[in-house]
Design a protein around this ligand. Sequence first.
Ligand SMILES: [Ca+2]
Length: 288
Amino acid sequence: MGKTARAPFLAFALLSWAASLSAGVVITVTSTADTAANDGVCTLSEAITSANTNAASGGAAGECVAGAVSLDAIQFDITGGCAVPCTITPGTALPSITAPVIVDGYSQPGASANTLAVGNDAVLKIELNGTTAGGVGLTLAAGSGGSTIRGLVVNRFATAILVQSAGNLLAGNFIGIDPTGTIARGNTSHAIEITSTSNTIGGTTPAARNVISGSDLQQARAGIHLTGSGATANTIHGNYIGTNAAGAAAIIASASRRVKRIDTSNLSKLNSVPWCVVVSVRIGLGHC
Ligand SMILES: [Ca+2]
């Protein structure tokens, strides 16, 4: 096949691929509650289960619809809107994500992604508060590879996001800080922990930037922790780590503790860390 013939073929293949990815179901979270009941609302916990199992959360109108075999989307349209950010405070750990899904906090009305090349004007409307659940906020477990988590505030867990499957994207999130991006709401262990391959944290656009901050991190903790022999070929790009959302000042709970932004002992496992802004109590504001 010559170049002239190949180009339309590739375009068609890409369109077909995109169509196959978009053929899943949109499951819309309508409540900040943490219930799993046939009560006419769709909670985040129920939505994850519906995406995992491809079953509706109940027969009542307003329950989470069944997911599909293909890539589903969990979106948010929480009743009454979020004049202030809607906070979901799980009483126990949320179900692990075991099927590919796009969890999109920017779908909540009023939310918007960052547009600034320097700084961050993202408006985040969905907050996951781990005060009572502890443990891990969101787990991308076996079977979930190819998922996206974007537009969420995840704070006050032990670990905000645990990535165990391959090829996921974490973008446009605030981890360990409040929705304004100015107040520490730290996770007590590694904010993001990755045990798998080919994941992307951040990206090349302003909208992809994560802010990962706010932890009172002990010496063995990190903002992004890459661990185990399987944590290879991950990309960390364009995030603000250890700063406020503006990237202008440190957001740490205690300056007396050593802060590790990325577990540097595992940097050799990355294939790309083009740049990020970090704040260290030792080295000050800088880039990596
Ligand atoms: Ca329900």
